[in-house]
Design a protein around this ligand. Structure first.
Ligand code: AMP
Length: 312
């Protein structure tokens, strides 16, 4: 039996389904969760299906997360989307459960769930959700679900730019358009910035620094965010502002959430950086990884390790 049929059968068997994602939500995890919820809700009319994800302002057009009581987890099939490590789940109530299916596109260092469906080569988890949709019988989905899948694919592929994108990814976007998604409308919502964010971008360009061999980085403190009136997530999204700078093939946005919690978003044009991320307790894709550390001494060690990659 193919994997789509297998997951379909498991959904069919369970009346209650809860979808969970990863911490520090992004377009792919929310898009995958809502996309899958809308597939299940519309294809199987009798299912009680809920999605748990963190609120992100710039994705609010996809709608609010469902309220889920603790006891609902006891009898539910839990489907984890876009999350490589169960300890990084946004909803810790998944821990200790065995009735779990993992659907993900990150390196599969920590398989979990009784079905572990991982396709590392896929541009996004939302692309996997779309494949699932196209491979099940009597499939139905709402426009909201299609928009969510579109959002997941577009945001995790750098708007169809990264090397994980294939002709097939483009075809899926074409099919989503044919099914009614207004890509321009969504793109405009995703691209919208505030004047404060624009000014903050100026701050990033003025304060970015480089290591000796060309790791471009910016350190963002809570005070800087406050001065420019930007939220933590908005500041985090500035990682793209450091991309494609000549002679700087690795770039890092360091965003201090609060004391003892400093998030490093590491990006690279072609040299894999997830080995360095893993050695500091983080992880992710070869060219897009994340690490959360407690202090700036560790941040400097990470920058040094990345700089060493360029020295080689
Ligand atoms: P981010 O910079 O947060 O967008 O992360 C880039 C990629 O690395 C995403 O696929 C994340 O899921 C993954 N990632 C981020 N932070 C961590 C972490 N602390 N541990 C493992 N993977 C992470």
């Amino acid at each position: 039996m193919n994997i789509y049929r297998q997951i379909y059968k498991e959904i069919k068997k369970n009346n209650k389904i809860i979808i969970v994602t990863h911490l520090r939500a992004d377009g792919d995890c929310i898009g995958s969760a809502i996309g899958l919820r809308e597939i299940i809700k519309n294809t199987f009319k009798d299912k009680d299906v809920k999605a748990s994800y963190e609120y992100v302002g710039y994705l609010s057009y996809l709608g609010k997360c469902d309220e889920i009581e603790d006891k609902e987890f006891d009898e539910a099939l839990i489907i984890s989307v876009d999350n490589a490590n169960i300890t990084r789940a946004n909803d810790k109530r998944i821990l200790g459960h065995t009735n779990v299916i993992k659907i993900d596109h990150h390196p599969n260092h920590e398989p979990f769930g009784y079905i572990n469906f991982v396709e590392e080569e896929k541009s996004s988890c939302a692309e996997m959700i779309f494949d699932f949709f196209m491979n099940i019988p009597n499939r139905k989905i709402s426009l909201r679900g299609l928009e969510a899948i579109y959002t997941g694919i577009m945001t995790d592929s750098g708007f169809l730019k990264y090397n994980s994108v294939t002709g097939d990814t483009f075809k899926k976007i074409g099919m989503l358009y044919d099914m009614g998604v207004d890509g321009a409308k969504i793109r405009n919502m995703l691209d919208e910035v505030t004047i404060d964010e624009l000014k903050f971008k100026g701050y990033v360009y003025e304060h970015m620094e480089s290591t000796p061999n060309g790791v471009l980085y910016i350190k963002i403190s809570p005070e800087a965010r406050e001065k420019y009136n930007v939220e933590y997530d908005e500041a985090s999204n500035m990682v793209g502002a450091l991309a494609n700078v000549k002679e700087h093939p690795i770039w890092v946005l360091i965003n201090e959430y609060k004391k003892d919690e400093i998030r490093c978003r590491v990006r690279s044009l072609e040299i894999p950086i997830n080995g360095v991320a893993q050695s500091f307790g983080g992880g992710g894709h070869a060219l897009a990884s994340g690490i959360v550390v407690k202090d700036y001494e560790t941040v400097d060690k990470i920058l040094e390790a990345l700089d060493n990659l360029l020295k080689k």
